[in-house]
Design a protein around this ligand. Structure first.
Ligand code: DOR
Ligand code: ZN
Length: 344
């Protein structure tokens, strides 16, 4: 039995670090596990300018413990009105790494997002021309479409035509939750990849209704049927470089999740690697974990691989029920469970 694995330092290609006291709480957890992270821009107000991204990057760096070397990679939040020149300037000045497309109304702080992909044709043209990645929240927002179908319908009605009209655009379909998305990504060119979260590899939609309503298993895109989770586990552990790690760790206060209209998001940063590695072990794919966590992401983004290593040991560890700091109280993913691996 393998007792420990040592891998090149990994990156998180999709995370929410928030701002203010929540940023101070969340950032060290991500920085402890990952060398770099793609930081989501869905603050209130969202990050739509180079100046706002630089200021946010400084606030993130100030929240990283001094002994840790961590690089936040910033993203621009696309709106109907955003100026392609501002995006290109941020990319050339190494402030923006990518752009994030939130369909307006799809999720937390997405009200200012894109109302119709046709409105950002000039932006997509520019991204394609300069080789800047487009990160996509892949769900339609129409209330007529069943929430469990919103990702699959997005593939047909938005992503497929976009990939056809912009054949060289680099796209990451974020936090995929369906077999449909796995197949879509597999069948597309090398300019389309996908991130997979730790939680979508472990929970299916039943987790939200396990003996009662379970708000801490609620995120967007919402977890789907078991067959979809099985397809995600196969994809993540397949060794296909189009699938790589992105936690979508999304902290919300406990009381804001445990409410009549609870927030979407799972705070997985504290034990993300431990959770992923347990899945890879269950799939007999420990030998493929390093590539998923540390190689396929930077290769897709055209960034260097990290130096240094992290070690995960087979050793049980209990996950706290809550994480509390001054006025904040959060429930981490795996709360109250025992995990089989621990970071050294
Ligand atoms: O569950 C989610 N939480 N999904 C998202 O797309 C956004 C995120 C958040 O910001 O809370
Ligand atoms: Zn997200």
């Amino acid at each position: 039995m393998i007792e420990q694995i040592k891998i090149r330092r990994p990156d998180d290609w999709h995370v929410h670090l928030r701002d203010g006291p929540m940023l101070a709480l969340a950032t060290p957890y991500t920085a402890r596990q990952f060398a770099r992270a793609i930081v989501m821009p869905n603050l209130a107000p969202p990050i739509t300018t180079v100046a706002a991204a630089e200021a946010y990057r400084d606030r993130i760096k100030a929240a990283v413990p001094r002994a840790i070397d961590f690089t936040p990679l910033m993203t621009a939040y696309l709106t109907d009105e955003i100026d392609p020149d501002e995006i290109e300037r941020g990319f050339r000045e190494n402030v923006f790494t990518a752009c994030k497309l939130y369909p307006a109304g799809a999720t937390t702080n997405s009200a200012a997002g894109v109302t119709d992909i046709g409105k950002i044709t000039r932006v997509l043209d520019r991204l394609q021309a300069i080789g800047m990645p487009l990160l996509v929240h892949g769900e339609v927002v129409s209330p007529d479409i069943d929430i469990f179908d919103r990702e699959a319908v997005f593939l047909d009605t938005v992503l497929s035509p976009t990939m056809r009209d912009f054949p060289d655009l680099k796209v990451v379909l974020e936090h995929i939750t369906t077999r449909d998305s796995v197949q879509f990504v597999e069948a597309s060119g090398l300019n389309l990849a996908a991130t997979i979260t730790a939680h979508h590899l472990r929970i299916d939609r039943n987790a939200m209704f396990d003996g009662g309503i379970r708000p801490h298993a609620y995120c967007l895109p919402v977890a789907k049927r078991r067959l979809h989770r099985e397809a995600l586990r196969k994809a993540a552990t397949s060794g296909n470089p189009k699938f790589f790690l992105g936690t979508d760790s999304a902290p919300h206060q406990k009381h804001e999740k445990e409410s009549a209209c609870g927030c979407a998001g799972i705070f997985s940063a504290p034990y993300a690697l431990e959770s992923y590695v347990q899945t890879f072990e269950e799939e007999n794919a420990l030998d493929r974990f390093e590539a998923f966590a540390s190689e396929f992401g930077p290769r897709f983004y055209g960034l260097p691989l990290n130096e240094g290593t992290v070690t995960l040991k087979r050793c049980t560890g209990d996950v706290a029920e809550t994480i509390t700091e001054s006025e904040l109280c959060l429930v981490p993913f795996h709360a109250g469970e025992t995990l089989r691996w621990q970071m050294d």
